[in-house]
Design a protein around this ligand. Sequence first.
Ligand code: ATP
Length: 359
Amino acid sequence: MWFHRDVSAALATVPVARAIGQDTDRYAVMTRGLTKRFGKRTAVDGLDLLIPGGSITGFVGPNGAGKTTTIRMLLGLIRPTAGSGTVLGHPLSGSRAYLARVGALIEGPTFYPPLSGRENLIVLARLGGIQNKRVDAVLERVGLGPRRLDPFRTYSLGMRQRLGIAAALLPSPELLVLDEPTNGLDPHGIAEIRAMLRSFADDGMTVFVSSHLLAEIQQICEHLVVIESGRLLFQGDVEELLAARAPQLIVRTESREDARHLLALVSITGREARIVGEEESVTLEIAADCSWAGDLNRLAMAGGITLVHLSERRSTLEEAFFEITRNCSAENGLANAAPHLEESSARAAKAWIREVPRP
Ligand code: ATP
């Protein structure tokens, strides 16, 4: 387990120093202090990453956060300025040892426009010494079978992304790295990619997928890495993050008087509750999950109160993330979330989280 429910501990990163060298079977990717500078600009700043094998891990951060630079270092395309790490058990400095087991789609796929999807993949397969039957298999896998003979230039954005993913699948990778695969896609296209990634993970593949949309990644991933200004803000299990913020029962009564009465009755049970909204609001938030809904109903009935609405509300990922970082910041600064994170950086990150659109 990566995190405890305790707020501070929930944001503490796993001691990567201990993990490195001991857990390469468990983690497809581990880095320690991974850093990249371009001249005076630090694009990636001391990243300690742990990406569990067989998971779908989301890599989230606003534009310019350093996602692509990190991915390029993991793929051996650029050399880190400092830090170390392993991919599939091999050090980053020896990427030749692992690249044949890694499939990647970064910065949008480039293909020959007049050639068909199939011909484009055959070109790539030849370069990689891969048989043509694998080309047909991956085209089917990404749902391009019926359009495989059409010229690439006639493909929609979603089809182009799927062809890019098919190209990344050619070497039968153990680790699939996708940089913003849903960028520019409509909700239908995003749902297709999501289902596809799920099926890859079900087959045992580790999927590492970047996005600048937290809400979108919530629907795709089990694990999450959040970076901002090149620094680690959070990494951990999405469910754990959501569980760290307790669910609530949302209740509406017929009158304000009933709402006040119910608030008093609930308070006697020891549960936290409050009336939310405007002065005449009849809506209560109660710290409980749906297993307490029956008791609540009976309590209201015994008090002569009719409930006109009762539902359970679970927080979205961005709400949970924002609340935890806010609590953590209030108590200790964001040091527990990311040891090197400065307050200005934390503020910017939180502003970004707040702006993230809902699904
Ligand atoms: P986006 O979501 O917009 O793709 P990102 O999180 O992938 O952003 P990067 O592309 O990794 O971010 O960029 C991180 C920072 O590093 C940015 O400030 C960018 O301008 C800078 N950067 C990236 N590549 C280079 C380069 N080759 N030379 C100079 N600066 C670079």
